[in-house]
Design a protein around this ligand. Structure first.
Ligand code: MG
Length: 367
């Protein structure tokens, strides 16, 4: 059993509307799709959705890294994922989003070869996953309107982007809570936008609006600041940009800097290491969330399978495919119904058919 061919397809996917967070706005997601073909006919799909701001990667660097990695994977066994990941890591350090594309495709092959949906092979803890939907930064009034629209669509949890202006951020949360009522879960994400002092002030002011947790209040490199915010915040603190690798997770846990960790496959390097981060966190009593960058239905399916499989992944922010106007997957993938991501009855990731027009021709073929 061996990897016979790896194809690489850069794709540009437009957002429905500009997606704005504290560090800036995006109108498109530049992703790289990977197709791994095995010598026994099974095909696996993977995706990279790099964020230059978070891991320093772009679609261009992802292709450059795949140029180095992919030829070395030919003829290796696709089911020996731990070993395949070791090979990738021995060729080049870092570049987790590039490696995630390969890791996800290998897991798809694992599921298809075993004739099981991937989440069932990895633990099968849940059969569906509650996801939030993200409210991009706008004026407080517009965000409250967007919140009502999301609730009317059936979403039971909202992830509210903040981190721009502390006074306006408090107003955002106040209006959103007022507009949505008491039952909707509200989590916030400052994307490193506050100083520790601002964070502590804002978090204490918005405590009364019943906030589930607050993600990455301060810059990722400011571990001391994060520890201080956690100590003085009445709202649990989740690390996102501060935790990429297993080592980051351990370091933050040891520093008592976090209550929760946001795992993203594009930061961890894929599913294999994402599971390991969840296990490290579990040992410390730290629940995890699975988040996303700008993945299409392929990368999102990978996140949903992992979230369903693992007990300690208690939260999901898996909505980027819903924010994208361009739909790469025609059939299959994980649909959303009343805030729940549900699986199709398919093996592996469950991706059935892609939109060939969006996918285009492969930019690279390694064999
Ligand atoms: Mg975040």
């Amino acid at each position: 059993m061996g990897i016979q061919q790896i194809e690489v397809y850069p794709v540009t996917l437009a957002y429905k509307e500009p997606f704005r967070i504290a560090p800036g706005a995006s109108t498109e997601s530049h992703n790289v799709i990977v197709k791994i073909i095995t010598d026994y006919g099974v095909v696996g799909w993977g995706e990279s959705s790099p964020s230059e701001r978070v891991t320093g990667e772009t679609a261009e660097t992802v292709i450059k890294i795949l140029d180095k990695i992919a030829p070395k994977l030919i003829d290796l066994c696709p089911l020996r994922i731990e070993q395949d990941v070791e090979v990738m890591d021995s060729i080049v350090e870092g570049n987790p989003a590039a490696k995630a594309a390969i890791d996800i495709a290998l897991h798809d092959i694992l599921g298809k070869t075993s004739r099981k949906p991937l989440f069932m092979l990895m633990g099968g803890y849940r059969t569906e996953v509650l996801t939030d939907v993200t409210l991009s930064i706008k004026s407080p009034k517009e965000m409250a309107e967007d919140a009502v629209k999301a609730v009317n669509k059936g979403f039971k949890a909202l992830k509210v982007k903040v981190g721009v202006d502390p006074i306006e951020d408090v107003e955002r949360i106040r209006l959103i809570r007022k507009a949505t009522g008491g039952d909707i879960k509200i989590r916030i994400d400052a994307n490193q936008g506050w100083t520790p002092k601002q964070a502590i002030e804002v978090l204490n002011k918005i405590e009364k609006f019943n906030i589930q947790f607050a993600e990455q209040p301060v810059p990722s490199e400011d571990m001391k600041g994060l520890v201080e915010v956690r100590k003085k915040s009445p709202i649990p603190i989740m690390a996102d940009e501060s935790v990429h690798s297993l080592e980051d997770a351990l370091r933050l846990i040891q520093a008592k800097a976090v209550d929760l960790i946001n795992i993203k496959l594009m930061k961890s390097g894929g599913i294999l290491k994402g599971r390991k981060i969840a296990a490290i966190a579990e040992a410390a009593g730290i629940p995890c969330m699975i988040g996303c960058m700008g993945e299409s239905e392929i990368g999102i399916a990978a996140g949903v399978h992992l979230a369903a499989a693992v007990k300690n992944i208690q939260y999901a922010d898996l909505d980027s495919d819903l924010l994208l106007k361009d739909k790469l997957v025609k059939k299959g993938g994980t649909k959303v119904k009343d805030s729940m991501r549900v699986f199709p009855k398919q093996d592996g990731l469950g991706i059935k058919e892609l939109n060939e027009q969006i996918l285009g021709k492969p930019k690279r073929i390694y064999k």
